[in-house]
Design a binder for this molecule. Structure first.
Ligand SMILES: *[C@@H]1O[C@H](CO)[C@@H](O)[C@H](O)[C@H]1NC(C)=O
Ligand SMILES: *[C@@H]1O[C@H](CO)[C@@H](O)[C@H](O)[C@H]1NC(C)=O
Ligand SMILES: *[C@@H]1O[C@H](CO)[C@@H](O)[C@H](O)[C@H]1NC(C)=O
Ligand SMILES: *[C@@H]1O[C@H](CO)[C@@H](O)[C@H](O)[C@H]1NC(C)=O
Ligand SMILES: *[C@@H]1O[C@H](CO)[C@@H](O)[C@H](O)[C@H]1NC(C)=O
Length: 290
């Protein structure tokens, strides 16, 4: 009793699921379930709730005679089974070992057995998937990076991966527990998450960011170095050429400037001499007048 109430507190969200006859019903540990058999109009009838597999056992029975009810419940189920109104049977706090097939049989009586009806239910009980953990193997010096996803209980768990760009624009999906990334192909940084799913729940790992590898593998590194050296040499050559051209062109323009300056100076002196000439003319005129 204490164990059941403890379990109830921990796992049961108190959710109540009505099962569907004739199908596989996926339920979570801790849930309460209803096996519906429908409202009965007869004055005298009997409801038998039994388990068919993996063991065969009669769990409970109820006999309705007008407003009287006579019930009998198996001692293992005393705490968990009850008639819910009078159109379904309730099994509370589902456990892992409740998985199996169940029947509800309804017998109607007049003076002798008048008719009977049977409904079958398949119950699959699952635990909620816990948060998956991702292990990364490999780095920029290996060709691939391998991401492995796992959860503690992997029965009936399906894994897939989601890849997102940092801008959250593109989204790709990959199936499987392990994802191999060939990071030579990467030109953009991505974020990966692993999603573990079972028929009753779904859990997402933390985001895994794969660093962009600037240096590729060893062969590519050598090529990269060679290209770098050639590139640097060409750059240096161009730089030298530019400096030389600049220097020669600068010399030329300087000469032109000094030429101009000389010419200007000549002109100025010419003007100056010319100005100087005039007073000599006046003095000459003065001397003429005198
Ligand atoms: C229950 O899960 C199984 C897979 O385990 C699936 O095939 C089936 O459709 C599920 N049932 C319902 C009612 O969702
Ligand atoms: C059971 O069914 C009868 C009618 O057959 C109805 O009067 C009664 O209220 C029902 N009991 C419950 C608990 O729903
Ligand atoms: C199911 O397992 C619980 C323990 O988890 C045990 O107490 C119970 O008797 C088991 N029920 C059946 C029907 O085996
Ligand atoms: C990269 O991984 C290899 C093997 O997986 C390991 O030997 C190496 O030390 C790692 N290098 C770095 C920089 O982590
Ligand atoms: C890297 O992954 C590719 C497939 O994506 C595979 O063919 C190759 O063998 C892997 N290389 C290494 C070193 O694991």
């Amino acid at each position: 009793m204490a164990l059941i109430s403890a379990l109830y507190l921990i796992t049961a969200s108190g959710s109540l699921t009505t099962l569907t006859p004739g199908t596989v019903n996926n339920v979570t540990i801790g849930e309460h379930v209803l096996f519906p058999f429908g409202h009965q109009n007869a004055a005298h009838y009997e409801v038998i709730f039994e388990r068919e597999s993996p063991i065969t056992c009669k769990i409970a029975s109820w006999e309705f005679i007008r407003s009287d009810v006579t019930k009998s419940i198996h001692q293992l189920y005393e705490e968990r089974v009850e008639m819910d109104s009078n159109s379904s049977v309730m099994l509370r706090t589902i456990q892992k070992n409740d998985s199996g097939d169940y029947n509800i049989e309804i017998n109607h009586f007049m003076s002798t057995l008048k008719g009977s009806d049977k409904k079958s239910f398949a119950l699959h009980v699952f635990e909620m998937v816990s948060q998956p953990v991702v292990v990364t193997d490999g780095n920029c010096s290996t060709q691939n990076i391998t991401l492995s996803c796992s959860v503690p209980i992997e029965t009936s768990v399906v894994f897939h991966w989601e890849k997102q760009s940092l801008s959250r624009a593109a989204k790709d999906m990959y199936n499987g527990r392990i994802l191999v990334i060939d990071h030579n192909m990467k030109e953009e940084q991505y974020v990966y998450v692993c999603i573990a799913e079972n028929p009753v729940s779904k859990a997402t790992s933390e985001e895994v960011k794969i660093r962009l590898c600037n240096l590729f593998n060893f062969k590519d590194q050598i090529q990269l170095w060679m290209f770098s050296i050639i590139g640097a040499s060409i750059f240096l050559l161009i730089l030298i050429l530019i400096i030389c051209c600049f220097k020669t062109s600068r010399k030329a323009s300087c000469n032109e400037l000094t030429n101009e300056a000389k010419q200007e100076n000549n002109e100025e002196t010419a003007i100056y001499e010319h100005e100087l000439i005039e007073p000599t003319y006046t003095t000459r005129i003065e001397t003429r007048t005198f």
